[in-house]
Design a protein around this ligand. Structure first.
Ligand code: PRX
Length: 597
């Protein structure tokens, strides 16, 4: 049988009986510890309010504190001296932090932040690489009830300014390497009161800037956790849509229910696991499944500072004997590019459960995983807005290659037409969810109208994705139904890139689309019109790319730029990205009646 599968002809891996391309005796038969018998609905079906909460500790008055659940409770349940975090720095040195260490550090940080004036509801942004302080600050903010705002360390001044200004950030925590990117914008942030600098020294800092080590060193090692209502905000994360600047997706304390339960059931974390989530805490996966969920479950978590490097990644998997590994299709494809030889140099026998999220996981990658890790890779689907995994290949279920899996117990997902009518299995349509699960985003920061937009058709939550469902209830991803670009698993809004391009002195018009790429899922292509008197040259294009990398974000720069005399626009002057994409990919151009010619 051909190894190639496609969406209409899925091949099936059954982890109990083996894949037809692999000999049964070479496959680890029961690589995961969870089994079907243990599954209860995660959330009472369609009665989300009564969802399981006995795993989360609430105070008698119904309030809770996420830091209490993620750290403090483990000091009295036998995990006080268990390693909470293995922090690996750029030289690959490993430092261990126990739950007791994390308790002390996050209490000291909370006291220091309160001394700076941080209160419940204040927005504090974390602009740090993957280091222990990222965890400590996130949890210190949870103690106070302040809203944590993660920022991806690849952001440049423009991306930072949009987010910090819109949210009214009061404090930013950064480090000496990243701080220069705040220099040009800090004077334009009227709500900003302080910048805390990890690795900084007071003598080298400006007024209202504080050296992290100095401000926490003499702080008390205990802190009175704030008792928070389930609906009080926990964190906010800016994410991109088709139109406008990124929007602040607000999540609440009660998200912890879903974070905890899905970490337990989907990631299958057990007491003796060593768990590595490779996602950056500047994005939702790194926050939810790198910090809140696994710590709430009392797990030992790997925090890996360096960027991608195949040898270093395999070495970490081997040296730390990682057992559960949550990563992305792009990372797996990059590892796959190394072929079979490199991976064979490492002993990865400890691995027992692998998961992936953020983009479509190609069947080829799952086959490669079966070959080199002797394990299937479990794809799952969710979004910044959903706050936790929604559709998943649960460890106990047979995997269909290329499918995102099934909705988690208690989550209702459907495929509908534009009017919100459910479609038959096999028909491609819009992926929607029945709203109300505990980790559903509770608002968009100061933008009620845009929030309501998500739910306006028959009260479904519209995800922005197109997909289809098969007769067994498995969901299959097709693509975005809007113009949002997914490059290496990073969600990029074309409007953000176009706005940044227009800030370049040579550009008068810009239209941005995503085009398919084997390794990165999509890459960004920009169509631009140059100012009179500027002609296309290699230097001009390089200058534009560098400008975006520096101003906006490294990952958001257009790898391809095409210069045109004019761009297709509607009569109201909107660039027709749909048409640019159709032209680029040789697809039918559709209805052109709105085109301004
Ligand atoms: O298009 C879907 C894609 O990533 C989008 C969500 O991006 P973000 O909010 O940044 O969160 C990413 C990590 C949770 C979705 O609308 N996506 C996510 N998971 C998958 C996926 N596309 C295909 N397959 C997936 N498993």
């Amino acid at each position: 049988m051909s190894k190639k599968s496609n969406i209409l002809n899925p091949q099936i891996i059954n982890i109990e009986t083996g894949l037809e391309t692999h000999k049964l005796d070479t496959i680890k038969k029961f690589p995961v510890k969870a089994n079907l018998a243990n599954y209860q609905p995660l959330y009472d079906t369609f009665n989300y309010d009564k969802s399981l909460s006995d795993e989360i500790i609430y105070y008698a008055d119904g309030s809770l504190n996420v830091a209490y659940n993620a750290i403090d409770r483990h000091l009295v349940n036998g995990r006080k001296n268990k390693v909470a975090i293995y922090a690996i720095d750029n030289s690959l040195a490993v430092k261990k932090y126990t739950y007791n260490d994390l308790f002390i550090l996050s209490n000291q940080a909370a006291n220091a932040l309160v001394k700076l004036g941080v209160k419940k509801g204040d927005r504090v942004f974390i602009f740090l690489p993957r280091i222990i302080e990222t965890y400590v600050i996130t949890l210190a903010l949870a103690r106070i009830g302040a809203i944590a705002g993660p920022l991806f360390s690849a952001f440049g001044p423009d991306a930072l300014k949009d987010r910090l200004l819109d949210s009214g950030a009061k404090v930013i925590v950064t480090d000496t390497n990243l701080k220069p990117r705040l220099e040009s914008i800090k004077k334009n942030l009227p709500d900003l009161e302080s910048i805390v600098v990890v690795g900084g020294k007071t003598a080298e800092l400006d007024k209202n800037e504080y050296a992290y080590a100095e401000i926490i060193s003499n702080q008390p090692k205990t802190f009175n956790n704030c008792h928070l209502k389930p609906e009080d905000p926990l964190y906010m994360l800016y994410t991109s849509g088709t139109t406008g600047k990124p929007k602040g997706v607000v999540h609440v304390q009660n998200d912890l229910k879903c974070q905890h339960m899905t970490t337990k059931w989907v990631l299958d974390l057990q007491e003796d696991d060593i768990y590595w989530c490779t996602a950056d805490p500047g994005w939702v996966t790194g926050m939810v499944y790198g910090i809140y969920g696994p710590l709430s479950n009392g797990a030992s978590v790997v925090c890996f500072e360096p960027g991608f490097n195949a040898k270093a990644w395999f070495k970490v998997l081997e040296d730390l004997q990682v057992t559960v590994w949550y990563t992305s299709p792009t990372a797996l494809r990059m590892l796959m590019k190394e072929g079979f030889n490199l991976v064979k140099e490492y002993n990865l026998n400890a691995l027992r459960h692998i998961l992936s999220v953020g983009e479509p996981l190609n069947p080829e990658v799952i086959r490669w995983g079966m070959e080199v890790f002797n394990l299937p890779i479990h794809d799952n689907w969710w979004q910044t807005e959903t706050g936790s995994q929604m559709i998943s290949n649960l460890p106990c279920l047979p995997i269909k290659l290329g499918s995102m899996g099934k909705p988690l117990p208690g989550i209702y997902a459907a495929i509908v037409d534009d009017e919100g009518n459910e479609l038959e299995p096999g028909q491609i349509g819009k992926l929607v969810l029945k709203p109300g699960w505990p980790s559903m985003f509770n608002s968009l920061w100061r933008d009620v109208e845009r929030y309501d937009e998500y739910f306006k058709i028959k009260n479904w939550y519209f995800t922005g994705d197109n997909a289809w469902k098969d007769t067994d209830g498995y969901f299959w991803f097709i693509g975005r139904s809007d113009d949002v670009i997914n490059t290496s698993g990073h969600r990029v809004g074309p409007f953000e890139v176009e706005s940044a391009l227009l800030e370049h002195e040579y550009i008068v018009e810009a239209g941005v689309i995503g085009i398919p790429d084997e390794e990165r899922g999509e890459i960004i292509k920009a169509f631009i019109v140059l100012k009179d008197g500027i002609s296309e040259s290699e230097e001009v294009l390089k200058d534009i790319k560098d400008f975006i990398k520096k101003q906006l974000a490294f990952h958001a720069y257009p790898r391809l730029i095409e210069v045109r005399d004019k761009l297709p626009k509607t009569r109201s002057g909107k660039i027709m990205r749909r048409l640019l994409k159709a032209q680029e990919l040789g697809l039918p151009q559709g209805d052109l009646t709105g085109l301004d010619d």
